[in-house]
Design a protein around this ligand. Sequence first.
Ligand code: HEC
Ligand code: HEC
Length: 468
Amino acid sequence: MKSVLITLLIVSITVMAEDRIALDKKAKAEFLDLNFFYKGRGMVVTPDMIKFYDALKTTGVGTQVDEQISKRWGFNTHDNKIVGLFNEPYKKMAMGVLGCVACHSGKAAGEFVIGLGNKNMDVGQVGSDAYIAQLLWGSLPRKNPEFKIAHKRAMEFVSVIKNKNINNLSQGLVPTSLVKSWFYDVTDTPIPLKFGRGQVKIPHLWGYGEKRKTGSFWDGFADGVLPGWAVAVELRGGQTPENIREYLDKVHHAEDALGHFFPPKYPFEINTERAARGKHLFNQTCYKCHGTYERDSEGLPLFKSPKFIPHHVVKTDSERLDFVSDSFLELIDINPLNDIMRYKDRAERRGYVAPRLWGIWSRFPYLHNASVPTLMDLLSPGSTRPVVFDLNDAGERERFDEQNLGLKVNRDKKSWKYKMMAYQAKKGKRSIYDTSRDGHGNQGHEFKFYKDLTLEDKKDLIEYLKTL
Ligand code: HEC
Ligand code: HEC
């Protein structure tokens, strides 16, 4: 009898684990194909322009175009396709539509990971290039009256994105000012002079089922249990609040699916002795903010909600926090979707969520503004961290630094290559991260116990973090 029960237990546990693995696979496959194009609106470019791209693809020019699109704009390519760019039919037109996965997938050490943030996406560059392309494309003679309407909307969308006062200054950072500006437009409020860019790294999405309870976004400011915020970008694209209400079930489904995502496993060898020592250290210091990490009986991660940490404790760059002004909060109160897009009531608002660290090996460069290329740098004093570094091919194998864990960067300040990079950074080159740019500061996350950490301690900690 006892053995039957045990067998039953083992069978049910295995089924549960298989279920979790199957759910992760299914959720990721769905997400790869997901977009919220609806009734002609969403994140869309000018009609039929996508046909032109498809035509180029069938000629030899196509591969070069793809390379341009991934190098200059930061899109990922996977299986020879641009990730997250869709061709949707609408009233006899072909609509180029941007899906969530364009931003919410990325590469690390050469592996393509759904749910990781795109490390190179450059919204500002896409905006200024697309503006010119759409202007030219729209000036050709057309018969379809629907074209004009859709074209006008697409032009409005890119006009906001290309605005140099509010968009991102580097690849891999997305200006949340885009979403913020929608709240001003919809309430007919003029955009104040000091608007901010609110530039952030695109966050990983695994564990979001628990994360949303603390609050959505890097600062946890949004009430993530409500379904509205995840599709806020669609509103900026020209979607209407009424249409969003019509597809809310789809939004619910998509958000719930994110809760099934697993982090990617570290693809290289791990020194288990070091990792064990690192775990011990972690559980004496880091756990206070980042929690502890348990697995189910099959070794799969058990997700938990992260903690909110006031800014005066973590002291990382504050541009993203200054950006959430009182007048912005007032506009959130009166926005037409205020039943599903609300901010969280919190006594202390200024601060960042200490993210849970599953899959942290893949989430470099680190911090909300991607300002620190490796974990070794993050565990070292701010004054020693790299001040400029190259983002080209950041997710490829040759850019992966196994020792320091993260992005391999040039640290030889005397080399001509470094000098060249620093020169280009000064000129504003977008594929180079320059910590002197607005919102790019690499300070903070430097605690009292750092001075007690020896080099060996740091190596142990890094080895442990590889296991998460
Ligand atoms: C242009 C790139 C981009 C696109 C497209 C995009 N996102 Fe995001 N997403 C971001 C950025 C950047 C953030 C973080 C913003 C912040 O923290 O201020 C984010 C945050 C999120 C979060 C909250 C994560 C967390 O840890 O709190 C969810 C959920 C999310 N996005 C879902 C979606 C869905 C669903 C779509 C498709 C409708 C989508 N995103 C499209 C860039 C994008
Ligand atoms: C006092 C609280 C606190 C302690 C202690 C702490 N952290 Fe953090 N950590 C944070 C906060 C808050 C953030 C987010 C800051 C930001 O993005 O600007 C963060 C961010 C990080 C990130 C970047 C995450 C990402 O997605 O880019 C890593 C990695 C990290 N911490 C590792 C550690 C390790 C390892 C330790 C122990 C040696 C540690 N932290 C100790 C609060 C803390």
